[in-house]
Design a binder for this molecule. Structure first.
Ligand code: AMP
Length: 132
Protein backbone atom coordinates (compact mmCIF):
# COMPACT_ATOMS: atom_id res chain seq x y z
CA UNK A 1 0.00 0.00 0.00
CA UNK A 2 1.25 3.43 -0.96
CA UNK A 3 1.24 6.16 1.70
CA UNK A 4 0.04 9.68 1.02
CA UNK A 5 3.70 10.74 1.18
CA UNK A 6 4.70 8.18 -1.47
CA UNK A 7 1.95 9.63 -3.63
CA UNK A 8 3.57 13.04 -3.17
CA UNK A 9 6.98 11.57 -4.06
CA UNK A 10 5.48 10.03 -7.21
CA UNK A 11 3.76 13.26 -8.19
CA UNK A 12 0.25 11.80 -7.80
CA UNK A 13 -0.58 14.38 -5.10
CA UNK A 14 0.74 17.95 -5.15
CA UNK A 15 2.79 19.50 -2.38
CA UNK A 16 4.40 22.81 -1.54
CA UNK A 17 7.93 21.65 -2.16
CA UNK A 18 10.84 23.06 -0.17
CA UNK A 19 13.74 20.87 -1.29
CA UNK A 20 14.60 17.48 -2.69
CA UNK A 21 17.51 15.34 -3.67
CA UNK A 22 17.77 11.76 -4.86
CA UNK A 23 16.68 10.25 -1.55
CA UNK A 24 14.80 12.88 0.43
CA UNK A 25 12.02 15.42 0.04
CA UNK A 26 10.89 18.38 2.17
CA UNK A 27 7.51 20.05 1.78
CA UNK A 28 5.11 22.19 3.82
CA UNK A 29 2.77 20.44 6.24
CA UNK A 30 -0.73 21.03 4.92
CA UNK A 31 -2.11 21.47 8.47
CA UNK A 32 0.64 23.59 9.98
CA UNK A 33 0.91 24.39 13.66
CA UNK A 34 3.28 27.27 12.79
CA UNK A 35 4.15 29.24 9.68
CA UNK A 36 6.82 27.31 7.79
CA UNK A 37 5.96 23.95 9.44
CA UNK A 38 7.82 21.56 7.15
CA UNK A 39 7.96 17.79 6.79
CA UNK A 40 11.10 15.98 5.71
CA UNK A 41 10.73 12.44 4.38
CA UNK A 42 12.83 9.71 2.83
CA UNK A 43 11.52 8.97 -0.66
CA UNK A 44 11.72 5.30 0.15
CA UNK A 45 8.60 4.23 2.01
CA UNK A 46 9.64 3.18 5.50
CA UNK A 47 7.07 3.44 8.27
CA UNK A 48 9.04 3.72 11.49
CA UNK A 49 11.90 6.21 11.58
CA UNK A 50 14.08 4.01 13.78
CA UNK A 51 13.87 1.20 11.21
CA UNK A 52 15.85 3.30 8.71
CA UNK A 53 19.28 1.82 8.19
CA UNK A 54 22.19 3.78 9.66
CA UNK A 55 23.68 5.41 6.55
CA UNK A 56 20.34 6.62 5.28
CA UNK A 57 19.32 7.72 8.80
CA UNK A 58 22.38 9.95 9.04
CA UNK A 59 21.82 11.38 5.55
CA UNK A 60 18.18 11.97 6.44
CA UNK A 61 19.10 14.10 9.46
CA UNK A 62 21.78 15.97 7.50
CA UNK A 63 19.21 16.77 4.82
CA UNK A 64 16.78 17.99 7.52
CA UNK A 65 19.56 20.12 9.01
CA UNK A 66 20.03 21.95 5.69
CA UNK A 67 16.30 22.52 5.34
CA UNK A 68 16.17 23.82 8.94
CA UNK A 69 18.91 26.33 8.13
CA UNK A 70 16.86 27.82 5.31
CA UNK A 71 13.71 27.86 7.46
CA UNK A 72 15.60 29.77 10.14
CA UNK A 73 16.67 32.37 7.59
CA UNK A 74 13.14 32.91 6.26
CA UNK A 75 10.74 32.63 9.18
CA UNK A 76 10.94 34.89 12.21
CA UNK A 77 11.57 32.56 15.14
CA UNK A 78 13.84 31.78 18.04
CA UNK A 79 14.92 28.45 16.59
CA UNK A 80 13.70 25.50 14.57
CA UNK A 81 12.11 22.80 16.69
CA UNK A 82 12.14 19.21 15.53
CA UNK A 83 9.63 16.47 16.30
CA UNK A 84 8.88 12.95 15.18
CA UNK A 85 5.38 11.58 15.73
CA UNK A 86 4.26 9.36 12.88
CA UNK A 87 0.90 8.30 14.31
CA UNK A 88 -1.06 9.64 11.35
CA UNK A 89 1.04 8.83 8.29
CA UNK A 90 2.99 5.53 8.31
CA UNK A 91 5.88 6.95 6.30
CA UNK A 92 8.85 8.23 8.33
CA UNK A 93 8.96 12.01 8.60
CA UNK A 94 10.56 14.75 10.64
CA UNK A 95 8.51 17.82 11.54
CA UNK A 96 10.56 21.05 11.40
CA UNK A 97 8.72 23.82 13.20
CA UNK A 98 9.79 27.46 13.63
CA UNK A 99 9.27 28.25 17.33
CA UNK A 100 9.48 31.14 19.75
CA UNK A 101 8.21 29.23 22.77
CA UNK A 102 7.28 25.70 23.82
CA UNK A 103 3.64 26.46 22.97
CA UNK A 104 4.55 26.78 19.29
CA UNK A 105 5.29 23.06 19.11
CA UNK A 106 1.99 21.93 20.64
CA UNK A 107 0.39 19.54 18.14
CA UNK A 108 -2.96 19.66 19.93
CA UNK A 109 -3.58 23.34 19.22
CA UNK A 110 -5.74 24.51 16.29
CA UNK A 111 -3.98 24.36 12.94
CA UNK A 112 -3.20 27.54 10.99
CA UNK A 113 -5.50 28.26 8.09
CA UNK A 114 -3.45 29.46 5.14
CA UNK A 115 -4.57 30.13 1.59
CA UNK A 116 -2.98 28.35 -1.37
CA UNK A 117 -1.30 31.62 -2.21
CA UNK A 118 0.19 31.95 1.29
CA UNK A 119 1.44 28.33 1.21
CA UNK A 120 2.96 29.00 -2.20
CA UNK A 121 4.71 32.18 -1.12
CA UNK A 122 6.11 30.59 2.05
CA UNK A 123 7.39 27.57 0.11
CA UNK A 124 8.95 29.79 -2.53
CA UNK A 125 10.73 31.91 0.10
CA UNK A 126 12.12 28.94 2.02
CA UNK A 127 13.08 26.88 -1.02
CA UNK A 128 15.01 29.80 -2.51
CA UNK A 129 17.35 29.72 0.52
CA UNK A 130 18.02 25.97 0.62
CA UNK A 131 21.62 25.00 0.02
CA UNK A 132 21.99 21.23 -0.31
P1 AMP B 1 2.11 12.43 12.16
O1 AMP B 1 2.06 11.15 11.34
O2 AMP B 1 1.27 12.33 13.40
O3 AMP B 1 3.52 12.88 12.43
O4 AMP B 1 1.43 13.58 11.30
C1 AMP B 1 1.42 13.59 9.91
C2 AMP B 1 1.47 15.01 9.41
O5 AMP B 1 1.35 14.95 7.99
C3 AMP B 1 0.35 15.93 9.92
O6 AMP B 1 0.94 17.08 10.52
C4 AMP B 1 -0.44 16.27 8.66
O7 AMP B 1 -0.94 17.58 8.66
C5 AMP B 1 0.58 16.05 7.56
N1 AMP B 1 0.01 15.72 6.27
C6 AMP B 1 -0.88 14.73 5.99
N2 AMP B 1 -1.16 14.70 4.68
C7 AMP B 1 -0.42 15.69 4.10
C8 AMP B 1 -0.27 16.16 2.77
N3 AMP B 1 -0.94 15.63 1.74
N4 AMP B 1 0.57 17.20 2.55
C9 AMP B 1 1.25 17.77 3.57
N5 AMP B 1 1.15 17.35 4.85
C10 AMP B 1 0.32 16.33 5.11
Amino acid sequence: MSTVFSKIVNGEIPCYKIAEDENFLAFLDINPIAKGHTLVIPKKEIDYIFDIEDDMYQEFFLFAKKVAASLKKCIQCERIGMAVVGLEVPHAHIHLIPIKSIYDIDFSKPKLKLSNEEFGLIAERISSKVVL
